[in-house]
Ligand binder design. Structure first.
Ligand code: SAH
Length: 257
């Protein structure tokens, strides 16, 4: 009973130059595009003029389009034979419900193809010139969300901090609104002097960032007026920041003292 196909496409962190060739090909071929808020406008310039573009994020109205509606619309359009592309910020399978959407579509017999994108956490670190797994400082990386789902217990930050203290860089998505809680919890097992960085709008011309230490993280966010969408990086890999950043592309730096 398979009919129709939807391609979940990672639009990357915002800079259209960071799209994959596969993503560009899928966007060009699409007749219907469902687009999240975090997808940069520059990415949409690859769409056909005749394509129907549906903004399903908060920009179009006061609240984001309910997930059920998005999934229904994708399925209906795909079954009509439209070439449906679901454009999601970063990578479709790193947070952002790509997994749920794929399951829902497959359950209806719709083929789902997924095209990777560069996830915001990677783009944020690279924009600072920081390798997340520099082997002098880290054995790995944890990508976590600071936003607990209603029916799920929030992350136990001290436990994550203990893992981070073993040499795992912590990359937090959706963490700025709960930054105080996060800071407090992480201080349970990490020293206040642990380096942190906050990057808003990574890869976009509007990118802003600040660096400091865990003990002053919430204050840093507040003092620099940093807000969502932003990534928080915590870990010793940031110790190389000043040296590395000097070699990175020109940046609009905002650093804490
Ligand atoms: N699938 C996306 C993540 C979706 S969750 C990805 O792989 O990147 C949404 C969160 O992603 C935001 O709250 C923010 O933490 C992060 N984010 C997305 N785009 C960003 C950007 N350009 N700069 C900084 N953070 C970003």
């Amino acid at each position: 009973m398979s009919s129709g196909r939807v391609t979940l496409v990672g639009a990357g962190p915002g800079d259209p130059e960071l799209l994959t060739l596969k993503a560009v090909r899928a966007i060009r071929a699409a007749t219907v595009l469902l687009v999240d808020d975090l997808v940069g406008d520059g990415v949409l310039r690859f769409a056909r003029r005749s394509a129907r573009i549906v903004h399903v994020g908060k920009r179009g109205g006061c609240a984001s389009t309910p997930q059920a509606f998005i999934e229904k619309l994708m399925a209906a359009e795909a079954m009509k034979g439209e070439r449906v592309v679901r454009l999601k910020g970063g990578d479709p399978f790193v947070f952002g419900r790509g997994g749920e959407e794929a399951e829902h579509l497959r359950a209806q017999g719709i083929d789902v193809e997924v095209v990777n994108g560069i996830t915001a956490g990677l783009a944020a670190a690279t924009s600072l010139g920081v390798p997340l797994t520099h082997r002098d400082h880290a054995h790995g990386v944890m990508l976590v969300t600071g936003h607990a789902r209603g029916d799920n217990a929030a992350l136990h930050w001290p436990t994550l901090a203990a893992a981070a203290a073993q040499g795992l860089t912590l990359v937090v998505y959706m963490g700025v609104t709960t930054v105080r809680e996060l800071q407090h919890g992480l201080l349970g097992a990490l020293p206040g002097g642990t380096p942190v960085a906050v990057v808003q709008h990574a890869s976009l011309p509007t990118q802003r960032q600040a660096t400091g230490t865990l003990g002053g993280l919430a204050e840093l966010v507040h003092a620099h007026g940093l807000a969502s969408p932003a990534i928080i990086v915590v870990g010793d890999v940031l110790r190389g920041l000043h040296h590395a950043a000097a070699q990175a592309q020109p940046m609009k730096h905002e650093r804490s003292a």
